[in-house]
Design a protein. Sequence first.
Length: 254
Amino acid sequence: MLLQPQEPGALVLVAGATGGVGQLLTAKLLERGYRVRALSRSADKAAAVLGARAGLELVYGDLKKGGLEPLVAGVDAVACCTGTTAFPSKRWDGDNGPEQSDFVAVRNLLAATPRDVKRFVLTTSAGVERQGKFPFFILNLFGVLKWKAEAERLVRESGLPFTILRPSRLTDGPYTSFDLNTLLQGTAGTRRSVQLSPRDDLLGEASRIAVAEAMLQALAIPETEGRTYALSSTEGEGPGGSREQWRSLFLAEA
């Protein structure tokens, strides 16, 4: 029997678990009693970055190639924080540009996700609805926002219970080694407050710490189902890990 994502022991598949947001999300989930199935393309990188912890299962597969059903079987929720750089870089090697990393990967993950999963949380980007406006037309020169928008469309059409987060320009990290205490003690300086919007209308920055926390909270707060939120970090103390404060933020923008 599947657990609700807010229940202790729920199993969450984290796709992109060795990235900055993925590492933070994995750490936060484990710290709060979730089990995590961390999906990575590289066994060596996953072992080096994530290590071994109670409740953590490392699995390996290439989202771009499909055949993911055994890796997703039995999960209670899926958190997808995959993606690549907006401009050509070494991360594009091996056909890892925006179309493959931001669209094909999500398409294949959706196809493999059990129909009874309790939540599918996807992180995309600010600007997916402002591709022709400054500064986003520059960011989209190689199609990254176009393909993220297409991935959002697939999620909405999938029939799965979903939440989509659109962070502004990411700050803090990415982290290169898994240290639970270090990750959980990280802050965004004085910019710990969170601004949410149901529209693609935010600018500025978004702390990876806040994005990871928002993904975790979206898994567990029923009112976020079927919703899309832009997210930015602003000056202030912020909600931290408070479920009630996050619920208030999400409901204010529902």
